[in-house]
Design a protein around this ligand. Structure first.
Ligand code: CP
Length: 308
């Protein structure tokens, strides 16, 4: 793959290869000296048209830990504010010879369009409600390290599935790796074609969580609900917020996940989010750096080998 635009199309072997490499980077990141010079001389540009804490920071750290130079383009202070288009912006950056462009955009398909115009590797850091491939990979690494496998796991993806690129990437990855996926959401927050995704669909959270191994909560994406149905957050928490009473329906050792950013008290009870016996939310963030190192490494390896 010259780019990483989505999990759709990745084989089980591709995913396992990336996760195995990321596993090694987890160890590197836990050392005092976290840096190597594998990517010395290479440049990674982060181009984020939407806000980010975890993804942007972890891509920057990932590139730096591999010895590359990194630039963070701030859209707020860029010429995009003067009306420059996505493609013109990308072509301008492309002329500076980056080796990797990491792109987040509010439109589904924007990163693919951009990848067809530039001559460096492109990584999708989230495009609209389409895909967020590195999130699914870090979620998979978290599950695999905790549970030892992905196949035959029952994973309940709960909440605002309709607007979630995280859910879409996770559905592709988990199916490819042989896990069972359940979607648990109010009917208004289920994707239109939920019945064609090869998942089990539940609109009752207690039924949806019954005997599952992983409870993956999603953020209620209010910013994508303009003009459509916006639920009351109190009502939402009552029926679809994860608390200990609802979690009791899952397996006794079920893990609680959330990609972040969290709305405490809306989709997840605050104490439960911080309960390190059940919640692996911080671990997901740690895995994010390692997974992004693996992605940047794999995409630039051929170019480095050519130079060697
Ligand atoms: N999970 C995730 O993508 O978080 P950020 O929006 O902070 O990058």
């Amino acid at each position: 793959h010259p780019h990483i635009l989505g999990i759709e199309g990745f084989s089980a072997q591709d995913i396992t290869h990336l996760l195995d490499l990321a596993d090694k980077y987890v160890d590197q990141n836990r050392r005092f000296d976290k840096k190597t010079d594998e990517m010395h001389g290479m440049t990674v540009i982060n181009l984020f048209f939407e806000n980010s804490t975890r993804t942007r920071t972890s891509f920057e750290l990932a590139a730096k830990r591999l010895g590359a130079d990194t630039i963070n383009m701030s859209v707020e202070s860029s010429s995009i504010k003067k009306g420059e288009t996505l493609i013109d912006t990308a072509m301008t950056l492309n002329a500076m010879h980056p080796d990797v462009l990491v792109v987040r955009h509010s439109e589904s398909g924007a990163t693919k369009l951009l990848s067809e115009k530039v001559n460096c590797a492109v990584i999708n850091a989230g495009d609209g409600s389409h895909e967020h491939p590195t999130q699914a990979l870090l979620d998979a690494l978290t599950i695999r390290r905790r549970k030892g496998r992905l196949n035959n796991m029952t994973v309940a993806i709960c909440g605002d599935v309709a607007h979630s690129r995280v859910a879409r990437s996770n559905i592709h990855l988990l199916h490819t790796m042989g896990a069972r996926v359940r979607l648990v959401a109010p009917p208004t927050l289920l994707p239109a074609a939920a019945d064609r995704l090869g998942v089990e669909v539940f609109t009752d959270m207690r039924e949806g969580l019954k005997d599952c191994d992983i409870v993956m909560m999603l953020r209620l994406q209010m910013e994508r609900m303009q003009g459509s149905f916006v639920p009351s957050t109190r009502e939402y928490f009552r029926f679809f917020g994860l608390d200990r009473e609802k979690l009791a329906f899952a397996k006794a050792d079920a893990l609680v996940m959330h990609p972040g950013p969290m709305n405490r008290g809306v989709e997840i009870d605050s104490d439960l989010a911080d309960d390190i016996d059940r919640s692996v939310i911080r671990e997901q963030v740690e895995m994010g750096v390692a997974v992004r190192m693996a992605c940047v490494d794999i995409l630039t390896r051929a170019k480095r080998e050519e130079q060697a």
